[in-house]
Design a protein around this ligand. Structure first.
Ligand code: MN
Length: 501
């Protein structure tokens, strides 16, 4: 997908000339040591590069200009070892357009109780230096993540790691191209949205290509290319007898391999990072891209069904955030419920298009009729999902802003086998409970689609919305409908007023 170790986060330390060259040299050495430590941390997947100790307005302004221009720089971490008067930071911070993290730490973890003197006090001033720094950032309304604690602490490395993963996804999104094959599903509201505003706020471009163009590429795929992909199916999945070579539905399986190869060629040629399809516009395709969409998601592409480009963008972003982490990410839909008061739960699925990155064990490859769309029976992967925590993320267009909402859910085992259900599925219980959780999602206007992940937590999406400057709503174990109503009302006012801030 992308190589996170090629991306850099710049570590910049605030100070001033007041303390003399000896202290500044120590500040520089300590900063280098801390940046090296974070760079080598298994929890921080990007490169952490110490730049320099800031002593003046010109130095701050120059480093911010440099950070803005450096393509590989995906964000900056600032820390004030000593005091660093903030007026010298104003001009630089005003123009800085990269994500920012304010690290509130101290070179030494413990007070040297028996040794502490005024030299020590003058060198180790982050406790008030970072407050001066924090003031100007807040005065400038500069969005940033604040991480507090000793720099070697696991939790601190973890928080920095999460932010750097989100910064990488933000970097990936800038200039990202999303291809739509066909428009939104007719008459559906939530999959619509302002694509111009999305490019302004999120940096991604969303455009449509004629289905005929992709059909041409699909039809030109050679039988040898199809053979190669079918061999991969054999290696990776349990293929039902009818889908095996010589079986009644083998050609249907081969056709999905053909779709996969054709779509991949088209997406690679156009340098696209995500795509959408719609079952209402498949002219010339014999099947809905089921297995093909599943496999392309597993290869790192964002995907949205029914023309849902916002969730295609989210799936891609979460895939980048979670590179190398346990757990996958997929396009998902709240499909149907089990409403027994003794154990209410949601069955999540889609017509076909669920990414096997979330599969618990080996997926089964099956061919069944779709019952919608009037096409040939499509091949698809069928699987269950591991139990444990997951997040559902949705992005909607509120008319005057984008809102991102995250719902914490717990994946559970189905109460019984589902032998006749021919699609990949997940079962979950929403937090804080089924009734409150579903009411909260509906009140917030969350889509029936979401980006499901067992790799990321709500913290990732909170960092993402801070960087993007869009609304964030988190439905979790503490959610109450009464408080959520107020939060949404306050947000309405905030986002109207914020346009003037
Ligand atoms: Mn759908």
């Amino acid at each position: 997908m992308i190589d996170l170790k090629k991306l850099e986060v710049w570590f910049i330390t605030g100070s001033q000339d007041l303390y003399g060259p000896e202290v500044l040299k120590t500040v520089g050495n300590h900063s280098q040591e801390m940046a090296n430590f974070l760079n080598n941390s298994a929890k921080v997947p990007v490169k952490v590069v110490f730049k320099s100790v800031m002593r003046s307005l010109d130095e701050v302004t120059n480093i911010c200009i440099e950070a803005n221009a450096a393509r590989q720089c995906i964000g900056i971490i600032t820390w004030c070892h000593t005091f660093s008067p903030s007026k010298m930071w104003i001009n630089g911070l005003k123009i800085l357009n990269k994500p920012m993290l304010q690290l509130h730490t101290q070179y030494n973890r413990d007070l040297p109780w028996g040794e502490i003197d005024m030299d020590f006090m003058n060198l180790n001033q982050a406790a008030h230096g970072d407050r001066e720094h924090g003031f100007i950032l807040s005065r400038l309304r500069k969005s940033r993540k604040i991480v507090v604690g000793y720099w070697k602490e696991d939790d601190v490395q973890e928080r920095i790691g999460i932010w750097s993963r989100v910064a990488a996804a933000w970097y990936d999104m800038q200039g990202a191209k999303i291809a739509r094959f066909g428009d939104n599903m007719r008459e559906v509201a939530v999959t619509e949205g302002d694509k111009v505003e999305a490019q302004i706020k999120l940096g991604l471009s969303v455009n449509t290509w004629p289905v005929g163009d992709i059909v041409k590429v699909v039809n030109e795929v050679s039988e040898t290319e199809v053979d190669k992909i079918v061999q991969e199916y054999n290696d990776l999945y349990l293929i039902a007898d009818a889908g095996k070579k010589g079986g009644a539905k083998h050609d249907n399986v081969r056709y999905q391999a053909r779709i996969e190869a054709g779509f991949k060629k088209f997406l690679e040629a156009g340098n696209f990072k995500a795509f959408t399809t719609t079952f209402e516009d498949l002219h010339g395709l014999k099947q809905l891209p089921g297995l093909a969409s599943q496999r392309l998601m597993a290869a790192g592409y964002g995907f949205g069904a029914e023309g849902d480009w916002k969730h295609a963008a989210l799936v891609r972003a979460i895939k980048v955030m979670s590179i190398g982490l346990k757990g996958g990410c997929t396009f998902m839909e709240d499909y149907t419920y089990h409403l027994d008061p003794k154990g209410m739960k949601v069955l999540g699925a889609h017509m076909l298009e669920i990414c096997p990155s979330i599969a618990d064990g080996k997926a089964k490859l099956e061919v069944h009729p779709l019952g919608i769309g009037g096409k040939d029976d499509p091949a698809r992967l069928v699987f269950n999902v591991a139990t444990g925590p997951a997040t559902l993320t949705s992005m909607i267009d509120m008319g005057n802003r984008f809102r991102v909402l995250v719902h914490d859910v717990d994946c559970v085992k189905p109460d019984a086998d589902l032998p006749k259900l021919p699609v990949a599925r997940a079962m979950w219980v929403p937090q804080p409970d089924m009734k409150t959780g579903a009411a909260a999602w509906i009140l917030t206007g969350g889509a029936h689609h979401n980006a499901f992940s067992q790799a990321i937590t709500a913290e990732y999406i909170e960092d993402f919305s801070d960087i993007a400057g869009i609304e964030f709503v988190h439905i979790n174990k503490d959610t109450s409908i009464t408080n959520l109503k107020k939060e949404l009302q306050w947000n309405e006012i905030y986002y109207m007023l914020a346009k003037g801030l």
